[in-house]
Every structure is written in structure tokens, then in C-alpha cells.
Design a protein around this ligand. Structure first.
Ligand code: HEM
Length: 403
């Protein structure tokens, strides 16, 4: 089979928009990814996405950020801050875990730290299953571990969550409650539309598991890289970094630079269902395998001046997001973009725009981390993930207080 690699910004954007390119990155990760939104194609994807999109309407995350996200970030950080040390991966997962569980519809009856940590272990295992294509361990061993984790997750978390929602839906049918009394999450949306969508219990389980890992792993990864890039920048340009500490719009651009330089998914993969000619003239024969090199396209010198440099002040063309392709594009564009990345703050925001600002969880987390005086632990350097070929930290120890 022919493999075609695209690493120019414009051709990757064009490829994302091709309806005859179907998802091919998760073929090896079927144990957790089969029939999930991210691997569906055509009408099936459109129908599922329409149902799940309703939860991600514009404005939902603005409301979340106004009402409780600041508190979630602050409260999660507090015990680490008090202890004087933390690992960025742990802070990242702890903060985002409860949010993604809420989006997925996975209840946490006790709300304890132990419960969050259990979900965190499941999400990490599901993530390992989804990215099996990149594993450096024995794939069969990983697959068996992921299947066991799915069974445990189902018994401990999912079945009670399903039962609670079924009871609510029965009360809705009986006219005892209204739509407004239902939880706004993926599980409820799927239970309500399961016949139309053809979703059985196994798919329901994998979709919730997929959401848990898709939302948490990428956000925790972006957070650790955002802090690492910021620490490095603060050493080379302390005045600029200090400015960003007090200017959240600039801090948001710092995060966008990190997403551009360290996209959580460095490649996307697609299969051509028909012959395609891209705008730039690249021919893609039917049946070929297409690698979208996101990390490469995000460093395309035709779009990003001095592409290798971390420069939150950079100018980008009006139709190019500062994060490049980090949130994907086309039909599979990330459904959580606004939750994780917020809405880009305009250069000179009007008072109304400033009031409406949505920073996104990664910027909120970085802001809280820096405000708490975090800096890398000089005696415990960050470690790369030995079990993945991807650009991930496995641990990143930080201390709080004066360096
Ligand atoms: C910094 C954080 C994040 C990054 C960098 C990121 C990145 C991505 C990328 C690149 C894709 C497309 C993959 C492809 O085309 O093959 C994607 C899809 C997706 N993401 Fe995210 N994501 C993030 C956060 C989130 C969050 C917080 C959620 C949910 C709570 C989420 C849910 C999803 C879903 C459901 C899809 C599949 C959409 C579809 O197939 O229609 N992501 N994400």
C-alpha cells in the first residue's frame, strides 16, 4: 500500500477537509476505539457528532469558566501547593479528570480523591490502548490490560451512571421531570438516541472510555509542555515572561505556541476511499495511506516565521489559528477545542470582548500554577515517557515558592 506524507500547513488543511479520507490512526487501538466518534465516517459520523455536538454549543464553556472552572483549578492545586511540591502530570490529570468525567457522563458518587485517581488510572490505560500504534511494549499485553481496565471501569463507574440516567429518562417519559433536569453529558445523549444511532452497550462503554482519555490525556500533556516552555522562556526572556504573568491574553498565546510546537497528536492518519487531488496538485490514489504530519505542518516556514522559535508575540495570517493544526480540522476537528483552548482573545479586545474572554482550561491551569510560584525541581529533572515514541513527559516535578 502506498503511503503519502503531507507536512505542509496548507496541504494538511486541505486533506482534513476531504470527505474521501477516512480515519486510520486507531486501527491498532480497536480495543478501546472501535466505533467511537473519532473513527466513524460519513453519515454515521455526522449523526453521532450532531447528537454529541449539542453538549458543546458555543457559550457552554464560557458559562463553565465564569461559574466554576476557576474554582476547580484552584481547589485541585491547593493541596499540592500546601505540600510545596507536585508533579505536573498529576496536577494536570487531577484537574481535567473530573471535567472530562462530567462531559462523558461518568458519575463520581463520593467525589473523593481516590475516585478521581481511579478514573485517572483508567484514562491512562485507555489512552495507552488508543495509541497502541505508537507503543514500544508488547501490543498483546497492552491490549489485555486495556480490556481488563474496560471491564473494571464498566462495573465500578459506568453501570451505576447508566442506571441513574435510565431512571431519570423514565421519569421524563412519565412527565415527572423536564429536559432541564437531565444531565448534559455524552452518556445521556447516547442513551436517548441509541436506537437512531445504533449504539449497543459495548459501543456506549467504549465511547465514554474514549472521551475520558481524549479529554484528559491531551490536556494534561498540553499543560506539562506549556509549563516547560514557559519555564524555558522565563530563563531566556524574563521581562517578557513576567509580562505574560500579568496578561492572561498573552498567557493564552503562550499556550497556543506550545500547542503548535508540541501537538498532543503529532500525526493524523487517513485512508483514501477514492482518488483525490489536493489543491496544490498532490495526487492521492485510492486505497493509499495518508500521514498528516501535524508537528511538521505546524513548523511550516511559509506560514510561521522562524517556526522553531517559541514566540508568543508572533504574527500569524488571519485564517490560521495560533495552534496550527493541534486541534485537527474538518469532520474530526476536536470537539473540546473551546474547553481546552478557549477562544482566542483578539489583539485589541473591546470592553465587551474582554468581558466575554474564554481562556480555556490549559491557560487557567498555567496561570494558577505560575501564581503559586511553581518552578522546576532542580534535583529531579523531568522524564520522557519511555513507553511511547511520542513527545510526552512521564513526570515533571516542580516546587512551589522562591527558587
Ligand atoms: C489540549 C487539549 C486537546 C487537544 C490538543 C486535542 C486534540 C485533538 C485532535 C488533534 C483531534 C482530531 C484527531 C484526528 O483528526 O484524527 C481531536 C478530536 C477529538 N477530541 Fe480533542 N483535544 C484536546 C482536548 C479535548 C477535550 C477536553 C475533549 C473532551 C472533553 C476532547 C474530545 C475530542 C473528541 C470527542 C474528538 C473526536 C471528534 C470527532 O471525531 O468528530 N478533546 N482532539
Amino acid at each position: 500500500m502506498q503511503t503519502i506524507t503531507l507536512d505542509g500547513y496548507a496541504e494538511v488543511r486541505d486533506a482534513y477537509r476531504q470527505h474521501d479520507l477516512e480515519q486510520a490512526l486507531y486501527d491498532a487501538g480497536g480495543v478501546v476505539m472501535a466505533d467511537c466518534l473519532l473513527v466513524l465516517h460519513g453519515g454515521e459520523h455526522r449523526r453521532r457528532r450532531r447528537v454529541e455536538n449539542r453538549l458543546f454549543r458555543r457559550g457552554t464553556f464560557r458559562y463553565w469558566e465564569r461559574t466554576f472552572l476557576h474554582d476547580v483549578v484552584r481547589d485541585t492545586l491547593a493541596p499540592f501547593h500546601a505540600a510545596g511540591r507536585a508533579d505536573l502530570l498529576e496536577i494536570g490529570y487531577r484537574t481535567i479528570m473530573n471535567l472530562t468525567a462530567m462531559v462523558a457522563g461518568v458519575d463520581q458518587p463520593t467525589g473523593s480523591v481516590e475516585e478521581t485517581d481511579a478514573l485517572y488510572r483508567f484514562a491512562k490505560k485507555f489512552s495507552e490502548g488508543a495509541t497502541l500504534v505508537h507503543t514500544t511494549r508488547d501490543p498483546e499485553v497492552v491490549r489485555a490490560e486495556v480490556q481488563d481496565a474496560l471491564d473494571d471501569f464498566d462495573r465500578i463507574f459506568l453501570q451505576p451512571s447508566v442506571a441513574r440516567r435510565r431512571a431519570l429518562l423514565a421519569r421524563l417519559d412519565a412527565g415527572e421531570i423536564t429536559e432541564d433536569d437531565l444531565p448534559r453529558d455524552v452518556l445521556t445523549a447516547l442513551l436517548r438516541n441509541r436506537d437512531e444511532l445504533g449504539v449497543d452497550d459495548d459501543v456506549l462503554r467504549r465511547e465514554c472510555a474514549f472521551y475520558l482519555q481524549a479529554g484528559s490525556h491531551s490536556t494534561a500533556d498540553a499543560f506539562s509542555h506549556a509549563a516547560d516552555d514557559f519555564f524555558t522562556w522565563a530563563r531566556s526572556d524574563p521581562a517578557a515572561a513576567e509580562k505574560a504573568r500579568h496578561d492572561r491574553a498573552l498567557l493564552q498565546r503562550c499556550v497556543y505556541e506550545t500547542l503548535r510546537l508540541h501537538p498532543a497528536s503529532p500525526v493524523a492518519q487517513r485512508r483514501a476511499l477514492a482518488p483525490i487531488t489536493l489543491r496544490g496538485g498532490t495526487e492521492i490514489p485510492e486505497g493509499s495511506f495518508v500521514v498528516l504530519d501535524i508537528a511538521g505542518a505546524n513548523r511550516d516556514g511559509r506560514i510561521f516565521d522562524r517556526p522553531e522559535v517559541y514566540d508568543p508575540f508572533r504574527e500569524v495570517p488571519a485564517d490560521v489559528p495560533r495552534w496550527g493544526h493541534a486541534f485537527g480540522g474538518g469532520m474530526h476537528a476536536c470537539i473540546g477545542t473551546e474547553l481546552a483552548g478557549g477562544v482566542p482573545t483578539p489583539d485589541r479586545p473591546s470592553p465587551e470582548q474582554a468581558h466575554e474572554q474564554v481562556l480555556g482550561t490549559v491557560t487557567l491551569m498555567l496561570d494558577a500554577l505560575l501564581a503559586a510560584g511553581a518552578h522546576p525541581d532542580p534535583d529531579a529533572p523531568p522524564q520522557r515517557d519511555p513507553d511511547s515514541a511520542r513527545d510526552h513527559f512521564a513526570s515533571y516535578p516542580v516546587l512551589f515558592g522562591a527558587p
